[in-house]
Design a protein around this ligand. Sequence first.
Ligand code: ADP
Ligand code: MG
Length: 300
Amino acid sequence: ATPTAVMVATGKGASQGVLIKGGDALEKAHKVKTVIFDKTGTLTVGKPAVVHTKIFTNMPLQELCNLASAAEANSEHPLAKAVVGHAKKLHQKYGSNNDHTVEVKDFEVHPGAGVSANIDGKMVLVGNKRLMLAFQVPISPEVQDYMSDTENLARTCVLVAVDGLICGAFAVSDPLKPEAGHVVSFLSSMSISSIMVTGDNWATASAIARELGISTVFAETDPVGKAEKIKELQMKGLTVAMVGDGINDSPALVAADVGMAIGAGTDVAIEAADVVLLKSNLEDVITAIDLSRKTISRIK
Ligand code: ADP
Ligand code: MG
């Protein structure tokens, strides 16, 4: 495209809340045959809430919530916000019997897995099965059953381990974005296939994909794995767009031919992307591709 055509198109995009960072992205977008969507915060609202709590030991519920919340307090992850929000709600409702400020040490984020921290001298892990396995925490049949039940309901199971033992779990539910289903259908009518990629587990991911009419899912994928999936598709000669919102999506956003970040997403994702969807509306994935198709066909 000529510099003028690019300027006109990027200007038009900007006026619609679609920020295109350069001519290269604009030119590649018209060739896109596959759009890979991240799940959490991209296809879903990204405001998950705790809908059920389970205790596996004799630890009081409030203590479990306090420890998990203290560990998650420094995480930007939507699941962390769900856990912190739930603990706060419990606190407001029932008050707390241990109102002292906790001491948080050695806080660490494990992308695609969860967080770890030392809380008041206790080793606390909050996250998924992968996190537990990485720290050699055993998963009992009772825990496994609760996880399966939760995931088959399209919910995410967040496990909490204290000093090497799983003490409890949260079932977290994140509603779908209202436009997600019809964006998938519309893309399909443009001969563009939709794929879902997520760090979340297979059962939850499959249940959500089914609801959206997405038939290809890559689940239990870490940030590097997300980028690798994209490279595999590119090796087949496909031009791939990736839509994501999180820090964990940035390697994939960079690997994709066209990386699209949700405007409400993290700064890291926005920086890594070629296109920013300022309104955080998935319909603008179509707007961006459409704008590119029109610009390229006009100059050819
Ligand atoms: P997605 O690809 O769906 O956006 P992520 O890659 O961010 O998901 O995370 C994948 C999985 O890792 C989550 O479903 C969750 O099980 C776990 N996880 C990541 N961060 C956290 C956290 N801060 N607290 C609890 N679990 C987490
Ligand atoms: Mg996400």
